[in-house]
Design a protein around this ligand. Structure first.
Ligand code: C2E
Ligand code: CA
Ligand code: CA
Length: 791
């Protein structure tokens, strides 16, 4: 998801920390909320208890006063005789002494007697009812629409002759006193249930929060404390979310039971939580600062961890592209250890490659550069010099075979080495290599053909001087041919091949030296006529495929085969593929030819399947074709349509010509299930790590090396290193050209995966191959590896 590990780590840590922080903040908030509700609840009930005591104190005071009056003999007499003047004076006296707001007498008929009531005023029926029901009533009483705390005392003489009622106005002052007594800033309200069924604020204090109207609050308060609502003591806490407040409701005793009244203590949680909120803000600020520090810290730490990993990654990618890769080692931790091991591995790969390349480019008998070494040098010269000034010469020891049978193989190799040493000793600027067992090749710079010929004559002269090898004096004659790199365009021969032809031409003319004679060499248009008859041969069915089995060295059986092209010409007989494939490549006939080979391989594979032998067939695909997209598209279409199981054998040079395109096409092929095999490995110059960029599953070691193994020379070492290196790059190794049991055994011991060669079976037409395979099936069980078809 992220391109950089350090970003990913920093973000993960930040997210985790942020999550923890949020959880802590939530937990704090929940705790604060619960705590403040708890505190409010406790405070509410404390305040309510205070109010209870105040209420009772006053009720007691009023009752005592009323009682004293009701028992007073004179007063009773005045009530009994209806002496209103005495009654009023007594009431007035008490009213002003005890600060009562109202004091009056009610007689059993409901007549009122008090200083502020007119003569003959009647008590409200509800009041009378209340007094009749409970002669010592006490509680909230509405008088002229205002709430009072009232008590009544019966006047008996000795029968009931009336009641003395004392009342104190309930209002803001009492509530204010209650508010002041409370430790928390609460607001007290008194609500009365009016006659019209509405709840009214009885204290006219106002000051309620904006969310809920007083009526509404009263409604809820009564609902909560209504008998039967679950409230035990007529006391309840209710939440008012609209104002974020809590209210404690306390139902008040009603004088006659008909005036529901309640005290509501309201407390705003917002006020309570305000200082917690600032604490929460502080926690969040500290947390945020911590988050920034954490992101910076983890960025720094992960940068320190991933920095060296990035270095390793970059070095590994360079190594994969065949470059030298070294990583700087810092510190002594696991990553540093990895870097050290990486460097060792990288050095080892480089050293082994150097050695393999050296082995591949040098003749192991004489240590001289071989043909590949010579080619490499030519490539370097071509990059700097005009081809008209590059010359190649081939020097052959006359009658070498006789010389060799006289002095033996070892001495004749020393002879060749001695001649090469003489040449390099006298002509330092020349590059000398061994081209074949009996020829040396020289590549050099000269101003003109005459100058080149002069040099070559001098060399031939020098080389033909008698020499001493161990005890023997040996006289040899050397013949040399020379060719110019600039004028080979109209032949298909390479510079050294032309020089070799020139040497043969010199021998034919019995001269010591000669330069390449174009006319004597012949007409290349013959090649074109060969192509014409090949196209015709294709339509006439002269071409077919011969299949050569590939032995799986682990499974011990034939698991695949290589399809090789054959051309039986009606007049000229069998024409080997080497004679026309190269030509087809150069004349553009290779594309239709390969299309044909693929189609034929698909149909041959079908025949094998019908005979119960399902196996992969390898097809040789010329390097020039692989970067041809039309070819690849058609091949993919055919393979997908038929479900064929094919492998393309491609020589490494194909990739070197147009690496990007060739690799892309090969990836498409691989994705479509087509196997890719690098053919003739070792005959080219590329390094294994370069081949790493090719998406191949198989590396096919060139038969010259496989055959060289049997002779016990350094080819065996080369094959072994190649097998190991290819395996370490995840490729299987096939060896071709296996002609003897010894070589097969050696290959198996070295860990090669597949072997192919005349020792196992020769290429054969499909019908023979089917028979061969079916016959092989009959021999069971087979020990591994079984060399079927050989017995
Ligand atoms: P190659 O791809 O290296 O094929 C292996 C050659 O080695 C074949 O020669 C095969 O017959 C030969 N061979 C197999 N086992 C042994 C052995 O034990 N000892 C020896 N000395 N030789 C062995 P062939 O069939 O003559 O093919 C020569 C080359 O022609 C092939 O070399 C391949 O490069 C090319 N070629 C053959 N068929 C096709 C084709 O259909 N398309 C293309 N583009 N090239 C092809
Ligand atoms: Ca091949
Ligand atoms: Ca090959």
């Amino acid at each position: 998801m992220f391109k950089r590990l350090s970003t990913e780590l920093a973000l993960i840590y930040a997210a985790l920390f942020g999550l923890v922080l949020t959880l802590i903040a939530c937990a704090v908030w929940v705790a604060v909320d619960a705590n403040s509700r708890q505190a409010v609840r406790a405070e509410m009930s404390a305040s309510s208890a205070v109010f209870d005591r105040l209420w009772r104190l006053r009720a007691d005071q009023l009752s005592q006063t009323a009682d004293v009056l009701a028992r007073d003999f004179g007063f009773r007499k005045a009530v009994a005789t209806g002496d209103s003047e005495t009654i009023i004076s007594a009431l007035d006296n008490l009213q002003s002494r005890f600060g009562l707001d109202s004091a009056f007498v009610v007689d059993p008929d409901g007549r009122l007697l008090s200083k502020d009531k007119s003569q003959g005023a009647m008590a409200e029926p509800a009041l009378l009812d209340a007094l009749n029901n409970r002669p010592e009533a006490s509680g909230v009483l509405m008088l002229d629409g205002a709430p009072y705390q009232a008590v009544a005392a019966p006047i008996n003489a000795p029968t009931l002759i009336g009641w003395a009622v004392f009342a104190k106005r309930l209002g803001g002052a009492d509530l204010g006193e209650l508010e002041n007594l409370s430790a928390i800033p609460l607001t007290a309200h008194l609500y009365i249930h009016g006659k019209d069924g509405r709840w009214i604020s009885a204290d006219q204090r106002g000051g309620r929060g904006p969310g809920v109207s007083s009526d509404d609050l009263a409604q809820r308060a009564f609902a909560a404390t209504r008998p039967g609502s679950g409230s035990r003591s007529g006391e309840e806490l209710i939440d008012i979310p609209e104002d974020n407040s809590t209210a404690g409701v306390k139902r008040l005793e009603s004088f006659g039971g008909d005036v529901p009244a309640a005290l509501v203590l309201e407390y705003s949680l917002s006020v309570n939580q305000a200082h917690y909120r600032s604490m929460l803000v502080q926690i969040l600020l500290i947390g945020f600062a911590g988050l920034i520090a954490l992101v910076a810290g983890s960025w720094f730490v992960s940068g320190r961890v991933t920095g060296p990993i990035s270095g390793l990654r970059a070095a590994a990618s360079r190594l994969a592209h065949g470059e030298v890769a070294e990583v700087r080692v810092k510190g002594r931790n696991e990553i540093a250890e990895l870097a050290v091991n990486f460097n060792i591995m990288s050095d080892e790969i480089a050293a082994r490659e150097k050695r393999i390349i050296h082995l591949a480019q040098h003749d192991n008998e004489t240590g001289l550069p071989n043909l590949r070494g010579l080619d490499k040098r030519l490539g370097e010269m071509r990059a700097k010099t005009d081809p008209a000034h590059i010359f190649g010469a081939v020097l052959g020891v006359d009658r070498f075979h006789q010389v060799r049978s006289a002095i033996g193989h070892a001495l004749s190799a020393r002879l060749i080495a001695e001649i090469a040493a003489r040449i390099s000793g006298s002509f330092g600027e020349l590059f000398v290599g061994r081209m074949t067992t009996e020829t040396l090749a020289v590549v050099f710079h000269a101003e003109s053909e005459e100058a080149a010929l002069r040099t070559i004559s001098a060399i031939a002269e020098l080389a033909s001087q008698p020499m001493r090898l161990s005890e023997d004096r040996i006289d040899v004659l050397v013949t040399a041919g020379v060719a110019c790199d600039g004028d080979g365009a109209d032949t298909r021969l390479s510079l050294l091949e032309r020089a070799e032809v020139a040497m043969e031409q010199a021998r034919a003319k019995r001269t010591r030296t000669a330069s390449f004679d174009r006319t004597a060499y012949g007409d290349p248009s013959a090649a074109l006529s060969l192509m014409g008859s090949m196209v015709l041969g294709l339509t006439r069915g002269e071409l077919f495929l011969a299949h050569q089995p590939k032995l799986d060295l682990r499974g011990g059986k034939v698991a695949s085969a290589e399809a090789l092209l054959r051309w039986r010409h009606p007049q000229r007989g069998m024409i080997p593929p080497d004679r026309f494939i190269g030509m087809a490549e150069e004349t553009g006939h290779i594309r239709p030819l390969t299309d044909w080979v693929i189609d034929r391989a698909i149909s041959d594979q079908r025949k094998l399947r019908e005979a119960g032998r399902d196996m992969q067939l390898s097809v040789n695909v010329s390097g020039r074709l692989i970067a041809n997209e039309q070819f690849a598209d058609r091949a993919l279409r055919q393979i997908r349509r038929s479900g064929a199981n094919l492998c393309f054998e491609i020589t490494e040079t194909a990739v070197i010509d147009n690496p990007k395109l060739a690799v892309d096409v090969m990836k498409d092929l691989r994705d479509a299930g087509v196997g890719i095999s690098i053919d003739d490995y070792g005959s080219g110059l590329s390094s294994l790590s370069y081949l790493r960029t090719i998406p191949a599953q198989e590396l096919k070691i060139d038969k010259t090396f496989v055959q060289g193994m049997a002779r016990g020379n350094s080819d065996a070492l080369l094959v072994k290193s190649t097998i190991d290196l290819a395996h370490s790059l995840g490729m299987k190794v096939a060896a071709e050209g296996v002609e003897t049991a010894d070589v097969l055994a050696l290959l198996q011991a070295m860990g090669a995966d597949t072997a192919q060669g005349f020792f196992i079976a020769r290429p054969m037409p499909i019908d023979d191959f089917v028979k061969f395979e079916v016959a092989g099936d009959a021999i069971a069980p087979r020990p591994a590896p079984t060399l079927r078809g050989l017995a």
